[in-house]
Ligand binder design. Structure first.
Ligand SMILES: NC(=O)c1ccc[n+]([C@@H]2O[C@H](COP(=O)([O-])OP(=O)(O)OC[C@H]3O[C@@H](n4cnc5c(N)ncnc54)[C@H](OP(=O)(O)O)[C@@H]3O)[C@@H](O)[C@H]2O)c1
Length: 246
């Protein structure tokens, strides 16, 4: 089991879904600056190409491909064609969509439900399904699921509304905890955690959000680079490098 990681990520591969924009792109930039080979995965090829060009222009090792993460067959096919992605040391599931503002439970159409759950929950499950087994074989890896405090069963999670979004993120939290338990809470070399970036200035968060995308990505980068020893806690929800209640 590999436990010692350093913040020098040379020779590490990081797959970042939603890496073409917003918080995912900010995380990819930071990991690229630490030496990681980053692989961006997003829905639109144009969006991926533009982000890859930006990162390589900054001197970082970057590539990427487009796939609808909600489609399990396409995810399996594209990842199996990309050895770098398949062998990721770090998987950051940042891809996501917000639900319609009017999406109270009784006003949510089946189409809207599937759109949001598909991208946010199925997408997270689909990438873990293809990359997770390779991490288990190597007994080494980091899985970081970008959740949201709107998905908690406490604090900001209690306001109602945005039903598919909140429920998708609650389910991502449940997936995180379940998988971490199945993997022995880090004893098999793999850390699995969820995090809340907090309201950040991105296409999703809007221009008036209090945090920059880079600030929103800070805890992702910390989770991707922290050391792993007997005391390391995993299978948790993190915000600003602190554990927060589910
Ligand atoms: N921004 C906030 O205030 C905030 C707060 C709490 C949590 N979050 C969470 O943080 C994560 C990142 O949010 P963000 O603000 O950075 O969002 P964003 O700027 O809107 O970017 C969303 C990213 O997800 C990708 N994506 C969406 N659906 C996809 C699909 N079906 N298949 C593949 N890629 C897909 C997009 O790809 P394309 O470029 O190809 O469209 C894009 O790269 C999300 O999970 C979000 O729920 C954000």
């Amino acid at each position: 089991m590999e436990t010692t990681w350093s913040s020098d990520l040379t020779n590490r591969i990081a797959v970042i879904t939603g890496g073409s924009r917003g918080i995912g792109f900010a995380a990819a930039s930071k990991l690229g600056s630490l030496g990681a080979q980053v692989v961006l995965v997003s829905k639109s090829q144009q969006s991926v190409d533009s982000a890859v060009n930006s990162l390589t222009g900054m001197g970082f090792k970057a590539s990427g491909f487009a796939v609808d993460l909600a489609d399990s067959d396409s995810v399996a096919e594209t990842f199996n064609q990309n050895q770098l992605a398949l062998n990721a040391d770090i998987l950051i599931n940042s891809a996501g969509v917000m639900s319609e503002r009017t999406a109270k439970t009784l006003r949510t159409s089946a189409t809207e439900w599937k759109r949001v759950l598909g991208a946010n929950l199925d997408g997270t499950f689909n990438t873990i399904s293809v990359i997770g087994p390779q991490m288990v074989t190597r007994r080494s890896g980091r899985i970081i699921n970008v959740s949201a405090c709107l998905g908690r069963f406490s604090g900001p999670g209690l306001a109602g509304g945005l039903a598919p979004y909140r429920i998708s993120k609650s389910a991502v939290n449940a997936l995180t905890k379940n998988l971490a338990t199945e993997l022995g809470q880090g004893r098999r070399g793999i850390l699995v955690d969820a995090m809340c970036p907090n309201h950040s200035r991105t296409d999703m968060g809007g221009p008036d959000a209090p945090r920059s995308a880079e600030e929103g990505a800070e805890t992702i980068v910390w989770l991707a680079t922290r050391n792993h020893d007997e005391q390391t806690q995993t299978g948790l929800l993190w915000e600003d490098q602190q554990i927060v209640p589910w």
